[in-house]
Ligand binder design. Structure first.
Ligand SMILES: Nc1ncnc2c1ncn2[C@@H]1O[C@H](COP(=O)(O)OP(=O)(O)OP(=O)(O)O)[C@@H](O)[C@H]1O
Length: 592
């Protein structure tokens, strides 16, 4: 019941106006056929009294009047059906749009960790399927249930005047069907839930075959047909299972329908027998058989809608399951403000970290400090834990052991939004927004006006300005190839744009996780010269495999298998003749 309330609330929240109109039209649609039925009864009565011979012309006028009334009701019924369709389309679109926003809002609140969990992906996938249409369907079920129930009450009142047994036969004969439908809804839900991962896999193939980023590899490795074969197998498996289920369900329904039809036939037989015995007039027979027909229709609708309500209610549980996910990265109730400016800076104290579902620690006993104004570099082999360290610093994940502090305060005491305002990060898998060049940079600090001079300034600092100047509409040029008129950039050019976005943030710490890997050597040297100037009063954390860049850092930390194995300036590390010196010499040799 609670879930039904929630569904109706969601529909109401999406549009109170259209929900009211929808309910009003539904009431009108219920009443009209009943009025029509009543008018027919009056017509039959008048004909009967006319046949008895009392005042035929007066009766004829009366019948004509009733007939006109019936015509108007029929017209109104058609009109109401058209309006109902219009209202229903509008309302369901409003609900779909509203539910999308509800989903988006929840998705941006959930921990990053959830995205790496297949179970979460299943919940998200089901919520995506169900959210847009289930609440409207439930509302429609509820209105139809109300309509059928009202029709049934009126029809039952009529049938009882003939014989109480008629309505009882109808109701009892429908019970098995009702139970069957509920049981079938459960089976369908269970099957669909079970299929989520398979369905998601099939969708993944769609992403590979239709997406723009895999398109190059699919052509060059010539694997398109193979992927199509794989997805066809998956789809066939899904179809086979679904067909088996719906065939089983349809056969069971057919059997039940047979039982109900037999009961209705018996009721008709009873009515004919009563009329033949002279207990009822022919008009009564017409009225009662119409009532029985409508009653049967209403009962069928009622059962169908109750079963469907049950089914929608089961499926909505998936949406509620998604909406109930709470971020584990707790926001403090009374957050401390992030110090401005940093005085002592950032310190990692014995930090260890293990990803959920992972047996080994990605970071072990990390001790590291970044003082105000310092440029720190992190170097190390692939998988040594550099990016993980940044994820902890920005609280995309929380440490497993130890703590990270800013000016001695544990970062868990800050609100994540406040922390993110002070730490600007560009990851190696930064986003290429298919928006204008200006928007791409402005998204780094939306608190600034979109026309701010700082956008161009940041673009200068990252080298993006020179790229943007060559574009047809300068800063207004749409980037990427997804939309008409878009200009595609090279990898290095996109990186410059991403860097400008990071610079715009005016954060006290800028973190660049392999920011220049796609840039040419000249561009990289220029960026870092500007970067040093820019960082005069701010701190920076650089992650890079190019050790020529690392030389400029105030302190370098070398990571290996989740641990810091060396630290110091370039000269100190070279003098130490450890891993860093070894790596540096290997790279230097390539340039000689
Ligand atoms: N989401 C994750 N779930 C589980 N393990 C992860 C996850 N992300 C990374 N790891 C593991 O953590 C370790 C450190 O990964 P990380 O991405 O921090 O390395 P990195 O030093 O940044 O590597 P690279 O130089 O290749 O970018 C690796 O062993 C990796 O397999």
């Amino acid at each position: 019941m609670l879930k039904i309330n929630r569904a109706v609330t969601l529909v109401w929240q999406s549009s109170p106006f259209w929900t009211t109109i929808h309910s009003f039209v539904a009431i009108v649609q219920t009443l009209l056929p009943l009025i029509q039925l009543y008018l027919i009864k009056l017509i039959v009565d008048s004909i009967a009294s006319s046949l008895k011979g009392t005042s035929q012309s007066q009766n004829f006028n009366h019948i004509l009047f009733l007939l006109m009334g019936t015509g108007i009701v029929m017209l109104l019924t058609n009109f109401a059906a058209v309006i109902a369709e219009l209202v229903s389309t509008t309302l369901s679109q409003r609900v779909t749009d509203y539910m999308q926003v509800v989903l988006y809002r929840k998705a941006i609140e959930i921990d990053l960790e959830s995205y790496e969990n297949p179970q979460y992906q299943d919940i998200l996938e089901r919520a995506k399927w169900e959210a847009p249409h289930r609440p409207t369907r439930m509302l429609n079920n509820l209105t139809s249930i109300g309509q059928s129930a009202l029709s049934l009450i009126v029809v039952a009142g009529l049938l009882i005047t003939m014989h109480w047994g008629l309505i009882s036969i109808l109701v009892v004969a429908s019970m098995p069907m009702m139970l069957l439908r509920v049981q079938q809804s459960k089976a369908l839900y269970k099957w669909q839930r079970h299929q989520t991962e398979l369905e998601r896999k099939a969708n993944y193939f769609g992403h590979l075959l239709l997406g723009d980023s895999p398109a190059k590899e699919i052509r060059l490795f010539n694997i398109g047909n193979l992927l199509i074969e794989w997805v066809q197998e998956l789809r066939q498996q899904l179809l086979r299972e679904k067909l088996a289920l719906i065939t089983r369900q349809a056969s069971a329904r057919l059997l039940m329908q047979g039982i109900t039809s037999l009961a209705v036939l018996a009721a008709y037989g009873f009515m004919i027998e009563q009329t033949l015995q002279g207990k009822f007039q022919l008009g009564d027979l017409v009225l009662y058989s119409q009532a029985l027909q409508r009653g049967q229709g209403a009962l069928k609708d009622l059962i169908g809608n109750l079963a469907s309500l049950h089914e929608n209610h089961l499926f909505l549980a998936d949406l509620y399951e998604f909406l109930a996910i709470q971020p584990t990265i707790a926001k403090p109730l009374h957050p401390t403000t992030v110090p401005y400016p940093f005085r002592r800076g950032i310190v990692f104290e014995n930090v260890s970290f293990r990803y959920q579902n992972s047996a080994r620690f990605a970071l072990k006993q990390i001790n590291l400090s970044i003082q105000p104004g310092e440029v720190i570099a992190l170097v190390g082999e692939n998988g040594s834990g550099k990016t993980t360290l940044v994820k902890l610093l920005t609280r995309l994940y929380d440490v497993t052991e130890g703590r990270i502090t800013i000016d001695g305060i544990d970062i868990r005491h800050f609100s994540p939004d406040d922390l993110h305002r002070q730490i600007s990060v560009i990851f190696q898998d930064y986003t290429r927004y298919q928006f204008s060049a200006q928007d791409n940079i402005w998204l780094g600090n939306i608190e600034l006006p979109i026309t701010s001079d700082r956008i161009v300034q940041s673009a200068h600092q990252s080298g993006a300005d020179a790229v943007i100047q060559t574009l047809p509409q300068g800063y207004n040029t749409l980037l990427g190839k997804w939309f008409k008129g878009g200009e595609e950039l090279s990898g290095g050019q996109w990186q410059k744009i991403a860097l400008a976005r990071a610079f715009l943030r005016e954060a006290q710490l800028v973190v660049l996780d392999e920011p220049t890997s796609a840039m040419d050597a000249k561009a990289e040297a220029e960026v870092f010269q500007k970067f040093r100037d820019l960082m005069r009063d701010r701190s920076a954390l650089l992650i890079t495999h190019r050790l020529s860049t690392v030389k400029m850092a105030d302190r370098i930390y070398v990571m290996d298998q989740g641990r810091i194995t060396e630290s110091g300036t370039h000269d100190q590390l070279m003098a130490r003749r450890g891993t860093y010196a070894h790596l540096f010499e290997i790279q230097a040799k390539h340039y000689q």
